[in-house]
Design a protein around this ligand. Structure first.
Ligand code: PEP
Ligand code: MN
Length: 342
């Protein structure tokens, strides 16, 4: 719509779309209203709808999008989407660092980790209460008790918490405790889970499947957006390649490509890519340099005792050092690492 188009003109356009049996979605409410229609339409219908809309007062432009992801596309929504996490915005000038152990293992251990990363400047806490494990005999998390511990850590530090939800039936429970719902790499194409998190009012951190293309990641995000939840962050966490020196290959080019294709913020998880802590600070710096809006980093007070992913977890001291080094890189690219609680 034209920037000055009054509400009544917007309403008339929506009504015309409805006459055609199409649902208008408000893609961008300001500075100008952008309306989107994502239903499949044949060429004749497109022509009829376009012809009707083009002459209407307030309409500036009617255009078609070819990409199969629509709501996630930058074509559709040129301005970056800012996702609020605990009062801070992801996708703007600040780079947020989300840190904590892979899993919530015990109350005392998690609170110690939470206090430590908060002091070092983390903007949010991470920790899995429900853990997706390759082997069913590995530690699979404390479940509800883990969620209670996460809530206590939030009260203690004032920082929001990010935790994974494994199945659609647990979305409601996890959303009661978590500030951000993480969808893990193994669930990127669990479409019923994506639709379930699309229904709740919580930001979603969607991790790229370990063998998924960028396009598949965007189409998974589309499932969440299409259900009305626009608070989606995409996370590059390394993909499987022939390389064995690292656990996964961190696809930094995916960050640059995503910035081009989508308005959604991009998060990088250097920990699951690296697989060993020695590499994590360098990959984190590279991620900020290439344009990541946030980092997801595993930190454990005693990594050698961790029940999962200890080898790739930074110690608290290692995390402090990394945070110091990151600030310089952020400044070099016109950003700033968010400083602790907001
Ligand atoms: C995690 O964040 O601990 C995790 C399980 O990540 P991913 O889904 O990327 O393996
Ligand atoms: Mn992990």
């Amino acid at each position: 719509m034209k920037p000055e188009a009054p509400k009544a003109e917007v309403g008339r356009v929506i009504a015309v779309l409805e006459e055609f049996g199409l649902q208008a979605r408000v893609i961008s409410p300001h500075p100008r209203v952008v309306l989107g229609v994502v239903e499949e339409m044949d060429r004749r219908l497109v022509e009829r709808v376009s012809a009707r809309l083009e002459g209407m007062p307030g309409v500036e432009e009617v255009s078609r999008f070819e990409s199969s992801w629509k709501l996630a596309s930058r074509e559709f929504h040129p301005e970056p989407t800012l996702v609020e996490v605990g009062g801070r915005l992801v996708g703007g000038e600040e780079v947020l660092v989300i840190a904590g152990p892979c899993a919530v293992e015990s109350r005392q251990g998690f609170l110690e980790a939470a206090r430590g990363v908060a002091l070092a400047g983390a903007a949010a806490l991470r920790g899995g209460a429900f853990k997706p494990r390759t082997s069913p005999y590995s530690f699979r998390g404390l479940g509800r008790e883990g969620l209670e511990i996460l809530a206590e850590a939030r009260r203690l530090t004032g920082l929001p918490v990010v935790t994974e939800v494994l199945s659609a039936s647990e979305v409601e429970l996890v959303a009661r405790y978590a500030d951000v719902l993480q969808i893990g790499t193994r669930n990127m194409q669990n479409f019923s889970l994506l639709e379930a998190v699309g229904e709740v009012d919580r930001p979603v951190l969607l991790k790229r499947g370990m063998m998924a293309t960028i396009k598949e990641l965007l189409l998974s995000a589309e499932y969440v957006l299409a259900r009305g939840n626009w608070q989606v962050m995409l996370c590059e966490r390394g993909v499987r390649t022939f390389e064995t020196s690292t656990r996964n290959t961190l696809d930094l080019s995916a960050v640059a490509v995503l910035k081009e294709l989508t308005h959604l913020p991009v998060v990088v998880d250097p920990s699951h890519a690296a697989g060993r802590r020695e590499l994590v600070p360098a990959l984190a710096r590279a991620a900020v340099a290439v344009g990541a809006d946030a980092l997801l980093v595993e930190v454990h007070p005693r990594p050698q005792e961790a029940l999962s992913d200890g080898r790739q977890s930074l110690t608290l001291e290692g995390f402090q050092d990394m945070m110091r080094e990151l600030q310089a890189v952020a400044q070099a690219v016109g950003r700033r690492v968010a400083g602790g609680r907001s």
